[in-house]
Design a protein around this ligand. Structure first.
Ligand code: FAD
Length: 187
């Protein structure tokens, strides 16, 4: 197992570490985490029954989630693991495309400036550090197009396609950004 950081632009097929040598979950897949830790992320649970146990057993409206799968003290929240690179990516793209689809058709100069700033900052803070580096490079070489909703949504689609290409995935036809992210498919 190496402590070296990955080369820029590699796809995430292997175990990854942060610059400080610590394992980076948002940069890789759960199975890689499980491979190096030999565990799932669930901490051990107290076997003492609580009021929640009784309520869960008695309430047919609640899903039959075992007590040990809920966050201690909660009747609602399941112990979900932190996001890996795929979960983080899918959620982030959903946000980015939805944001672009709601962007004004005729944005003011201030709105254009704010969107440009946001995308630049996003590329600095995205939790998968090497995804962030590539996205930052993409933005430097392909400045965000922020003059209209159509422009921004198409730019976002092309940015996403760049990542799809890097990962060996199919290209999305950007003519369909609107039904996918704004209006739905009226079939
Ligand atoms: P996703 O690619 O997450 O797509 C979600 C949905 O968006 C798809 O189901 C489809 O309906 C739609 N869609 C797909 N392509 C487009 C498009 N071009 N335009 C509009 N809609 C589209 N992962 C890595 O392994 N390495 C990386 O370097 C990397 N860099 C990333 C950089 C950024 C900025 C982000 C947000 C994510 C990055 N990811 C990276 C994550 C990666 O892009 C995927 O999110 C992840 O692989 C999960 O893919 P998915 O199959 O769930 O679909």
């Amino acid at each position: 197992m190496s402590n070296e950081t990955p080369d820029k632009g590699l796809t995430l097929k292997s175990i990854l570490f942060n610059e400080n040598g610590k394992f980076c979950l948002p940069c890789t897949l759960y199975k890689s985490f499980q491979y190096i830790s030999g565990s799932t992320m669930d901490p051990s649970i107290s076997s003492t029954p609580t009021r929640d146990d009784v309520i869960i057993k008695q309430s047919p409206a609640l899903p039959s989630v075992p007590r040990s799968d809920l966050i201690p003290g909660s009747r609602t929240y399941v112990k979900e693991d932190p996001p890996d690179v795929n979960k983080l990516g899918s959620a982030s793209w959903t946000f980015l495309h939805a944001m672009a689809a709601k962007y004004p058709e005729k944005p003011t100069p201030l709105q254009q400036e704010e969107m440009t700033d946001f995308l630049n900052i996003f590329s600095h803070v995205y939790p998968c550090f090497w995804c962030a580096k590539d996205f930052e490079k993409y933005i430097t070489e392909n400045a965000p197009k922020v003059k209209s909703q159509e422009e921004l949504s198409t730019w976002m689609c092309q940015a996403h396609n760049k990542v799809n290409k890097k990962l060996g995935k199919a290209q999305f036809n950007c003519d369909f950004w609107k039904p996918r992210w704004k209006e739905g498919w009226d079939e």
